[in-house]
Design a binder for this molecule. Structure first.
Ligand code: PMV
Length: 327
């Protein structure tokens, strides 16, 4: 009745930006990401508590955060035939929320896998991915490691909208992601709200959907042949296009700040000098640099020279995994 799971966050190379169904969290387009180690979130779930309890990083969760966790637990109770009572969930991340990386992706992936295990259900990455998706869309890509593709699916009930692993973490061990934290402030507009505003008001949105969908198979083909330059170029143009849809929203939405653009400009200059380094950018000001093991130290130095207050060097991470010790 009790299980603990560790999961890693992920960074999208082809972003998810916009829902076609807000309740079921179904995206307009497919996306593709890399799971990031060593960053992780560990979550323990135990059924049989007196009432539902949700504790995240030492605090009792409230409001929508609590509601999203309860929604996942409720779905697991349903899958287990309704015989399970209230649950206690305790979750702890080993990286700052200020990193600009969605700790919620790792947290909901760990929750989905742990809750199913605690309920005695047979491990199933596809079902766990759909469950994680109910908490946070991008979480469906953190159930498995390596490179995962979230297929948008066609059905209205969401039963074909989940992530599949295209390559595992060992496929390209030299790949590096260097998170450049330029600003620790919490972002003003959450991804959830920013993407909804973009879908509702940006005249560029339809073009984004068409383009992003077509980029996913290209990204898979590039990953197959491990071509860093092609992957870097694809990740950059996809990030620019996601942000362009947001710039064109009404009122406009801009997640970048001057330091973000300064760093991007500097990357261009370094590339001209032969350094293999590109960026991607989620809904915040902190770029993630894409490079290889031979250049990760130089990439960190470059980020610091451009004002990064902290830098986290990441490698391809593995699947969500069961742990023997509980929180
Ligand atoms: O899953 P959410 O609601 O945290 O949205 C994630 C959106 C982006 O991080 C900007 C892109 C992505 O695919 O992860």
């Amino acid at each position: 009745m009790k299980a603990t799971v560790l999961a890693h966050p992920n960074i999208a190379l082809v972003k998810y930006w916009g829902k076609r169904d807000d309740a079921l969290i179904l995206p307009h387009q497919s996306s593709l990401s890399l799971t990031l180690a060593p960053l992780s979130v560990t979550t323990t779930v135990e059924f049989g508590a007196a009432s539902d309890q949700v504790e995240i990083n030492g605090h009792t969760a409230k409001g929508s955060e609590r509601d999203r966790v309860l929604r996942v637990l409720e779905a697991v109770r349903g899958e287990a035939g309704g015989k399970l009572g209230p649950a206690k969930m305790v979750s702890r991340g080993d990286f700052p929320a200020s990193a600009g990386l969605a700790s919620s992706a790792a947290g909901f992936a760990a929750l989905a896998v742990a809750a199913r295990e605690a309920a005695g259900l047979k491990a199933d990455p596809k079902v766990a991915s759909m469950l994680a998706r109910l908490g946070s869309g991008s979480a469906c890509r953190s159930v498995q490691g390596g490179f995962c593709e979230w297929r948008r699916g066609e059905r209205a009930d969401g039963t074909d909208s989940y992530a599949v692993q295209r390559f595992d973490a060992k496929h390209w061990p030299e790949l590096r992601m260097v998170v450049a934290i330029l600003n620790r402030d919490e972002k003003e507009v959450k991804s959830r709200d920013g993407m909804k505003h973009t879908v509702d008001t940006s005249p560029y949105y339809a073009a984004w959907v068409k383009d992003a969908e077509a980029e996913v198979p290209r990204a898979v083909e590039i990953l197959q042949r491990k071509d860093l330059q092609a992957l870097g170029e694809l990740a950059e143009r996809n990030a620019w296009r996601m942000h362009s849809t947001a710039f064109a929203a009404d009122p406009p939405l801009c997640y970048m700040n001057p330091a973000t653009l300064g760093l991007i400009q500097h990357l261009r200059e370094q590339r001209k000098k032969g350094m293999p380094v590109w960026f991607t950018l989620d809904a915040g000001p902190n770029p993630v640099l894409l490079t290889d093991a031979a250049h990760e130290v130089a990439a960190e130095a470059l980020a610091r020279a451009c004002g990064a207050v902290d830098v986290i060097r990441c490698v391809p991470g593995g699947d969500a995994e069961l742990k023997g010790e509980h929180l």
